[in-house]
Design a binder for this molecule. Structure first.
Ligand code: ZN
Length: 475
């Protein structure tokens, strides 16, 4: 059996979150329902109009560049990428060719080639005998990020795409919702029997979910391997992902790479990035807050969370913020921080996700939750009771004080040995046969007795005290 070396490079397009479009002042609105409302003569390509660079979009891309440790361009220019398509009314797309804003960098262990900014196209809809074009999206600032061909499998590609999405959200430069088409992935995939040589490259487009990225790459690697195993050759082509059939489908064969006849757009000035104060690294760095990796490191260093525990809060930063508000009550007490992390990421997140509206309108306050964690840490209540109290705090409008709920429901852990002793005596008197079993060496007898003790106290007895008392009274 031959082994094959897969080589995958990713090209990711992301719509940037800006007030206006890339080269005009039409509003940049994602998911506008009414077609052709956010348009003007510039973004629908009327002759004689002149584009103006959106500095906000340029800043966004430069910030991404800083975040991935890439090299920011000293100088950049915009180029015309010439091709005709109804949704690109000028007959060319304004993009960047020779001088991208960012070169190099690395994210999630994947080396990057370049990041540039360009304009998005309009959107075609084909209905029966007509084709409709909506130009709301035409001219929306689009970031294109290209990785080096260093990805070797589908999981790694998904991990990279997820980390990029998270980074863009932390930077506030894009929402990058894949299901809304705000982030679109293309994969260049080849396999080779000779690890020193590259195989024939197939470009897979239309990957609009993480699942599609995962499935399409897995499918395509298997398809190419089968072709090679049959002694045939992989055709160089562009393929699309068919979501329902879960297969890649040939879209067009590539003779040669397209001749877009790129040339610098004479309507746009060359940008000397270094000389524009807003684009200076120092200025941009001031606007960059904490990034995902920074939060990971801080949660491990300052709060002692494991990578898995931290990830829940890193990937859902609004929950991370809540967590930090919560543990601010604990003055660095490691045990309480750990308990808070556990109960927040399992119980509370579970409740909030089941009824998101309820949580949004009436969340459990960090203060009340902290009081509950303290009761747990001080053994005032047991773990079962904590879960019950949380459920009451979540669902009952009048219940906000965990101590009061615990008292009302009789959930305060009974540690009073005199009181528990009475219960233990009663149980032993009622169950002579079990006592005999215990004395005959049957371990299960003790389990039964503890169960009876928990039942008699409605779960409020501290188990280790029960064990101690039973043992003392069984001699
Ligand atoms: Zn416009």
């Amino acid at each position: 059996m031959k082994t094959y070396t897969p080589t995958i490079g990713l090209e990711i397009h992301v719509e940037l979150k800006t007030r206006t479009k890339m080269f005009c002042d039409s509003p940049n609105v994602s998911g506008e329902e009414q077609p052709n409302v956010n348009i003007c003569p510039i973004c629908v390509g009327h002759p004689g109009t002149l584009p103006v660079v959106n500095k906000e979009a340029v800043k966004h891309v430069l910030k991404v560049g800083i975040a991935v440790g890439g090299e920011l361009a000293d100088f950049t220019e915009f180029d015309r990428k010439n091709y005709f398509y109804p949704d690109i009314p000028k007959g060319y797309q304004i993009s960047q060719y020779k001088y991208p804003l960012v070169s190099g960098g690395e994210l999630s262990g994947v080396a990057l080639t370049r990041i540039h900014v360009e304009e998005d196209t309009g959107k075609n809809t084909h209905t029966g005998d007509a084709s409709l074009i909506d130009f709301n999206r035409a001219g929306v600032p689009l970031m294109e990020l290209v990785t080096e061909p260093v990805v070797t499998n589908a999981e790694q590609a998904v991990r990279f795409a997820k980390e990029l999405q998270l980074l863009l959200r932390y930077l506030g430069v894009a929402d990058a919702n894949m299901e809304k088409g705000e982030m679109r992935v293309e994969a260049n995939i080849s396999i080779s029997a000779d690890p020193k040589k590259l195989g024939t490259k197939v470009e897979v487009k239309n990957l609009n979910s993480f699942r599609a990225v995962e499935r399409a790459i897995t499918y395509e690697l298997a398809r190419q391997q089968k072709i090679l195993e049959n002694g045939e050759r992989v055709a160089q082509e562009t393929r699309g992902w068919n979501e329902t059939a879960e297969t890649t489908v040939s879209q067009r064969q590539k003779e040669d790479s397209h001749d877009y006849r790129y040339f610098p757009d004479p309507d746009l000035p060359k940008l000397w990035i270094r000389q524009i104060p807003e684009f200076s690294r120092a200025n941009l760095e001031k606007e960059i807050g904490e990034l995902p990796q920074g939060r990971r490191d801080r949660y491990s260093r300052d709060f002692g969370l494991t990578a898995g525990e931290a990830e829940v809060f890193v990937t859902q930063p609004e929950w991370g913020d809540y967590f930090e508000k919560l543990i601010a009550h604990f003055g660095g007490d490691a045990r309480r921080i750990k308990l808070a992390s556990n109960y927040l990421s399992s119980d509370v997140l579970g409740l909030a996700k089941k009824e998101p509206t309820r949580w949004r309108e009436r969340p459990i306050t960090a203060g009340a939750f902290a009081a509950l964690i303290t009761m747990l840490a001080e053994n005032t209540i047991g773990s079962r009771a904590a879960k019950d109290i949380l459920a009451v705090m979540f669902s009952d409008d009048t219940a906000t004080d965990p101590m009061k709920i615990a008292e009302e429901k009789g959930l305060i852990q009974k540690t009073d040995e005199e009181e528990l002793k009475k219960i233990v005596h009663e149980i032993l008197n009622k169950n002579p046969a079990v006592v005999a079993d215990y004395k005959a060496g049957k371990a299960a007898a003790m389990q039964f007795l503890i169960g009876q003790g928990m039942k008699a106290t409605r779960g409020a007895a501290k188990p280790d005290i029960l064990v101690k008392l039973f043992k003392e009274n069984l001699i």
